[in-house]
Design a protein around this ligand. Sequence first.
Ligand SMILES: [Zn+2]
Ligand SMILES: [Zn+2]
Length: 404
Amino acid sequence: MPPLSPARGRATPETVRDLVVGWRRHLHRNPELSFHEERTARFVADTLADAFAGVDGCEITHPTATSVVARVVGPHPGPVLAMRADIDALPIHEANTHDFVSGTPGTMHACGHDGHTAMLLGAARVIAARRDTLHGEVRFIFQHAEELPPGGAEELVNAGVLDGVDMVIGAHLWLQLPVGKVGVKSGPLMAANDTFRISILGAGGHGAIPQQTIDSIVIAAQVVTNLQHVVSRNVDPLEPAVITIGRIAGGTTSNVIPGSVELEGTMRMLTPELRTRIPELMERVVAGITSAHGARYTFEIDPGYRPVVNDSGAAELVRRAVIASVGADALVEATPTMAAEDFSAYQQRAPGAFFFVGARNEERGIVHPHHHSCFDLDERALDVGTRVFVQAAMEMLTEKDGRG
Ligand SMILES: [Zn+2]
Ligand SMILES: [Zn+2]
């Protein structure tokens, strides 16, 4: 257990900075997979309990087995601002050699969620120390299982953690952005990630007698190429969309035409409209090609996360917080990505903004992408993220008119 600060009552972003780094390293050393974050949740709850000791209006709950939600309710009425960190790690074997590498072989914080958890713990400590100034409530959501659909966010929303919330914000430490920068954007930011499975059902037979078969391999080849027409010919070129077939399986040997072929892939898009439209277009292609050759098909979709689409008011709150706490130079327009995030589940219930906290450092070789076995963070990013969370609460809950 890393040290806790005795100077709780005067906690500021400066005084919690080293604690936050220590917490991140502790979490990094002790990663846990999605839906199995038992020790992590206990650490979060213990650290919050220490920060909240002697402060009125604070509460810590466990809405699910491995998640933690805390509330800091100010003495004056006002809006409710929720802040979310995800706490889970990945099934990756760490290749780093620093002195806080994962102590669990095959499991690693390779997405930065250790940092998210530490930053939000730091923000909670500072905000609790300023509780007397709050008009309203800050709710801290430590969410399990971001990395494994159906994800923890949906479960927490269904458990009511967003009931009464007026606005929700969340951050991702981001290796595409240099440390010191914060990327904010209104509108679409991250993609939906639905999985599809297609079976081409033909009729197998001898490789030398194709006329007695319905060749599922030849039909599947046409399906693969024609599905790319959906993106290149049916979708507006100014709207990002991806269809990737990541697995194709059929046949057993060189001289047998197999009866069926399976295709599996992922599709990504940034708007709910395309999320409905693209599968319709895909199925039209699959149906047309298979029927033209006398074959049949099945087409299934395994829904992933919704697209992350930021509310302009929530994005503006984050921008103001960045400028006030880190400086105008730090603020950049975030570049959308086709990666996915279940933060989108919260945005169904309350206006929300997800933002990127730069953690890249070329000179120190901190450049590996998320989910890489050498993934690392420039830990100065943790201070930036903590400050933005604290300042967002101050902007929203300490002004006379509440929302600002
Ligand atoms: Zn990830
Ligand atoms: Zn992540």
